[in-house]
Design a binder for this molecule. Structure first.
Ligand code: GUN
Length: 304
């Protein structure tokens, strides 16, 4: 058997392309069955996705989340608010949803318009309904290794690595990008005992990024910038996970743009052992993990 990850010199094959869509579909199927069981017991999992404004990328993410809810048989209490919604109005809506026992999860799509303090909003969501895992109580639990809803994209990446049997224990993992949504929680997750990786978190202040990525068995790019990871930055046989979803103007497309990741896919796949495509890699896993967090939030209410 070929040892694919981190195999070093002599590696000649093109990378295995990780099919996030397929893995996510399998997870969503299992979630739909668990949802049906919960519904038979009288609890219908319910998520409220709140979108403020009309950002095209956010609209498309929210549409995908709502489609997944419907496919799983969950209730959807989503709300779209105008761009000029005040912080007080948004806080008031979150308060109502916190008090509503039929709502199990609340997600405020980010980014928010500049006049709204993102932290105030995220802190206002009840930690029990925080299906993003962004509330400081849940982030604190992640840091100390207590059970808590995990941030969806980082969790999806770990599930994807495990589904491909990519060894994380003892692996050198480099995460590029220090966002609160992906980079920071992913670095924490990968360094926990159950992943056991040695993690380096790189960011815009990192000097000589290539010298760091070149040593890594696992490279995750969540920088939001095309060409962040080029072939000469990747060790032969490394696993490369691309979180970037960048819109590039493309007149040949009906939409006027095409999506591209942070990684130079065509060149890097000739060096790596595993690689995620964009689209169809990490994105579908984020949604599957959101459905899982919503289901588990609903299941917890039955345990109380
Ligand atoms: N915007 C981009 N990714 C996310 C996410 O995972 N959660 C929320 N709430 N907003 C996002």
């Amino acid at each position: 058997m070929i040892k694919r990850c981190g195999s070093g010199a002599g590696y000649t094959m093109s990378a295995v392309i990780i099919d996030g869509k397929k893995t996510a579909a399998e997870i969503r199927e299992r979630i739909a069955s668990r949802t049906a069981e919960l519904k038979a017991g009288g609890v219908v999992p319910c998520l409220a996705v709140i979108l403020v404004g009309n950002d095209p990328a956010s609209l498309s993410y929210v549409r995908a989340k709502r489609n997944a809810l419907s496919e799983a048989g969950m209730n959807d209490r989503s709300v779209q608010l105008p761009e000029n919604t005040s912080e007080a109005e948004l806080l008031s809506l979150i308060g109502e949803l916190n008090r509503d026992e039929s709502v199990h999860g609340i997600l405020v799509q980010l980014p928010l318009p500049k006049h709204i303090d993102e932290r105030k909003i995220l802190f206002a969501i009840s930690p029990e309904k925080d299906v993003d895992g962004f509330h400081p109580v849940n982030i604190g639990k992640l840091v100390i290794g207590c059970d808590a809803p995990l941030p969806c994209t980082p969790h999806g990446i770990v599930v994807l690595l495990k589904s491909m049997h990519i060894e994380t224990s003892g692996a050198r993992a480099v995460v590029v990008g220090r966002s609160n949504i992906v980079g920071k929680p992913l670095a924490l997750l990968l360094s926990r005992k159950d992943c056991n990786a040695t993690v380096t978190l790189c960011h815009t202040g990192t000097k000589d990024l290539k010298s760091i990525t070149k040593d890594a068995d696992i490279v995750v790019s969540a920088a939001g910038m095309p060409h962040t990871i080029r072939a000469d930055m990747v060790k032969k046989g490394a696993a490369v996970i691309d979180v970037g979803v960048n819109r590039i103007p493309d007149a040949s497309k009906k939409s006027g743009f095409r999506l591209t990741g942070d990684v130079d896919f065509d060149a890097v796949k000739e060096v790596a052992s595993y690689i995620t495509p964009v689209p169809g890699g990490v994105g579908p896993m984020t949604i599957a993990m959101l459905m899982q967090n919503t289901l588990e939030a609903a299941e917890r209410t039955r345990e109380c």
